[in-house]
Design a protein around this ligand. Structure first.
Ligand code: PRT
Ligand code: ZN
Length: 284
């Protein structure tokens, strides 16, 4: 039996989704135009679909699980469970105004015409701020709406901000932060649940490895204690003697977030020859 997963065929989540499965050690071919494939080494059947359709396919049980942006689920909620945040496909749904729009705060959007593909999320946002605005739903190319006279402002997904910038728009308010999530149908059978938990175990290992680095350094014996406090790692650092008397090599794992801060503290504590390597897998 295979677990069926729905992925975006083409677009912003397509590469991240297939890359995640590959990092989980799942092999499959996805040649051009292929709509369906079966992994050769994991009980997984993969469907390649349009992102907007994925929640429906999962809710209907055509697929058991799927990868989709949170923005899609918030705009059009379906009876599916979010089982894991995946840490890629990050973007935000933001309101942006033309450069010459005198924007001071959100109240300046009262009575304005705002073009978006996310009328529900934007409507809820305005309702929470007691703002009445004219939400104009369009399905694409939202960023050109102000320049062609269709709207006073827009509400669209932003990642780098370069699309807004090149269309003379300025981001003024974030409505929703979004990332890719793994969703599941609610009535998964026992066997499917077991495959899903194997997949989740691997996904969590991949996520942990992406958030951590392997660090090696040389230190004088009298710095071991201080450095151990800075590098607790998964349990405690490995300490190995160097050929040179009075020195050791210390190995540990370090979170990517506080990496630069810790590195300068390590140097201050006496560490030398610091090497930092990426981790393929990390199983707690
Ligand atoms: O064909 P299909 O329906 O499957 O794809 P689509 O065109 O509807 O979706 P797609 O591929 O554009 O986006 C899929 C999902 O990726 C979205 O639902 C989000 O969850 C996520 N995502 C992450 C993004 C972006 N980043 C993003 N930057 N989706 C869209 N964009 C667009 C945005 O709409 C704007 O046009 O990219 C442009 C802005 O990018 P920057 O970098 O210039 O700010
Ligand atoms: Zn789409």
């Amino acid at each position: 039996m295979n677990l069926k997963i729905a992925l975006q065929k083409q677009g912003k989540l397509a590469d991240g989704s297939t890359a995640l499965l590959r990092k989980c050690g799942i092999k499959f071919s996805n040649g051009q135009g292929k709509l369906r494939t079966v992994s050769s080494d994991f009980p997984l059947e993969i469907f390649f679909l349009r992102d907007d359709d994925i929640p429906d396919y999962v809710a209907d049980g055509v697929a058991d699980i799927g990868i989709v942006g949170q923005n899609i689920l918030h705009e059009d909620p379906k009876p599916v469970d979010v089982v894991e945040h995946l840490g890629f496909g990050r973007c935000r749904l933001s309101v942006a105004v033309p450069k010459n729009f005198q924007y001071v705060n959100i109240d300046d959007l009262r009575g304005k015409r705002i073009a978006t593909s996310y009328p529900r999320i934007l409507g809820d946002f305005f309702a929470s701020k007691s703002i009445n605005a004219d939400i104009h739903q369009i399905s694409g190319s939202v960023e050109i709406a102000p320049s062609i006279g269709l709207a006073d402002a827009v509400c669209d997904l932003v990642s780098s901000g370069s699309t807004l910038f090149s269309n003379g728009l300025r981001e003024v308010a974030t409505v929703l932060d979004s990332e890719a999530v793994l969703i599941s149908r609610r009535d998964l059978g026992a066997e499917s649940k077991e495959i899903l938990s194997k997949l989740l175990f691997r996904i969590r290992g991949v996520k942990a490895s992406a958030q951590n680095k392997y660090i090696l350094l040389n230190a004088p014996l009298n710095a071991i204690e201080k450095i151990t406090a800075l590098l607790p790692g998964m349990k405690s650092p490995t300490v190995m003697p160097l050929a040179q008397e009075g020195w050791v090599s210390m190995h540990s794992v370090i979170g990517e977030h506080d990496f630069w801060e810790v590195v300068s503290e390590l140097k201050a504590a006496g560490a030398e020859g610091i090497l930092v390597l990426s981790i393929d897998q990390m199983i707690g």
